[in-house]
Design a protein around this ligand. Structure first.
Ligand SMILES: Cc1cc2nc3c(=O)[nH]c(=O)nc-3n(C[C@H](O)[C@H](O)[C@H](O)COP(=O)(O)O)c2cc1C
Length: 331
């Protein structure tokens, strides 16, 4: 059902993409999702002005996982020159493509006329796109929402202009800025963008099952699907979507013993990437997501949220996910 997407030198074999997510799609998570299978993984949104200042935390966000396959770097910002410079830096650091964020609804970002605010000022958006396209040889792509609000659904027209300015692929999250994350993503609207451009279009929003993925592609006519929150605590989910779209196969979730191993290796990778103090804290939200559906989820979350010893957290992970310990009984 899905065809490979070719943009420049990059081939996306099975276009099921992991969405850029600030605070989530760091190197450990991207690597894990990639290990199961995923067409392309994205960095967290990187503030271009912090990138050019070589802010240590920011540089860590675009730590490359090229060893495991291509990685897209997403940039946010409102100054064309700064965006261009940040794009060049990431090209040198091994990015497979540069994605421009025109979807982020957060005030800190939109207040600075970046993210989804750029959809309200198409001229400013195009100046940024042109500067970035000129700055790098890599493909430049765009991620946007449907528009600022339902009175201004300009994604199709902006997509058309962006394509003329050299953008090679467009992802659409089927919500407006004003919706933030409320309501339901409008998958059918994405077809309007698909019909406005020739470059590949990726459909995004609320895909949490393999059937959702098939349906968003059917109603939008898009060339690929991007998964965000559906991969929380389920790094294997994009690979299940790939299998379903390719062969109609419903790949089973990992067994409890496999899940315990996956969570443990993710935990170790987080501690290694961030160091023990920060890694232990960042891991808490992932552990909470992994626990969804476990019969002892709440007790597990309470325990790991106060536990300061990585060794004890790991013992808990091993016992709880492999179903060897019922915390309700242990309490
Ligand atoms: C925690 C979180 C962080 C996000 N960070 C980004 C980001 O850095 N860049 C971006 O373009 N979108 C970001 N998004 C939006 C997602 O990429 C995606 O468009 C949105 O969540 C809808 O897809 P989903 O329903 O599959 O999650 C973020 C979403 C979440 C939940």
């Amino acid at each position: 059902m899905l065809k490979a997407i070719q943009i420049g030198a990059l081939t996306i074999e099975q276009p099921v993409l992991l969405a850029p997510m600030a605070g989530v799609t760091d190197l450990p998570f991207r690597s894990l999702v990639r290990r199961f299978g995923c067409g392309l993984v994205y960095s967290e949104m990187i503030a271009s002005n912090q990138m050019v200042r070589a802010h240590t935390e920011t540089l860590r966000m675009s730590t490359n996982c090229a060893a495991e396959g291509p990685m897209a770097v997403q940039l946010a910002g409102c100054d064309p020159d700064v965006m261009a410079e940040a794009a060049r830096m990431n090209e040198a650091r091994g990015a497979a493509l540069i994605d421009i964020n025109m979807g982020c609804p957060v005030k800190k970002v939109t207040g600075g006329m970046a993210g989804s605010a750029l959809m309200r000022d198409e001229d400013a958006a195009l100046r940024i796109i042109e500067a970035v396209v000129k700055a790098v040889k890599l493909p430049v792509t765009l991620k946007m929402r449907m528009g600022w609000d339902h009175e201004n659904l300009n994604a199709p027209s902006l997509a058309h202009k962006a394509e003329a300015a050299g953008v090679r692929m467009i992802t659409v999250h089927g919500r407006t800025r004003q919706m933030l994350y409320t309501g339901k993503a409008d998958w059918a609207f994405i077809a309007n963008v698909k019909n406005a451009v020739r470059v590949p279009v990726i459909a995004n929003g609320d895909v949490v099952s393999v059937d959702d993925a098939a349906e968003i592609l059917r109603v939008s006519g898009a060339d690929g699907v991007m998964i965000g929150r559906g991969a929380f605590g389920r790094p294997w989910f994009p690979s299940q979507v790939q299998a379903f779209l390719a062969h109609g196969t419903r790949k089973a979730d990992p067994t409890p013993a496999e899940k315990a191993q996956i969570v443990l290796s993710h935990y170790d990778a987080l501690l290694q990437h961030y160091g023990e103090y920060k890694g232990l804290r960042i891991a808490r939200k992932h552990l909470a997501w992994y626990a969804t559906g476990q019969h002892n989820a709440n007790a597990f979350r309470v325990k790991v949220n106060t536990e300061e010893s990585p060794a004890r957290v790991k013992a808990l992970i091993a016992d709880v996910f492999a179903d060897r310990l019922d915390l309700r009984e242990a309490a």
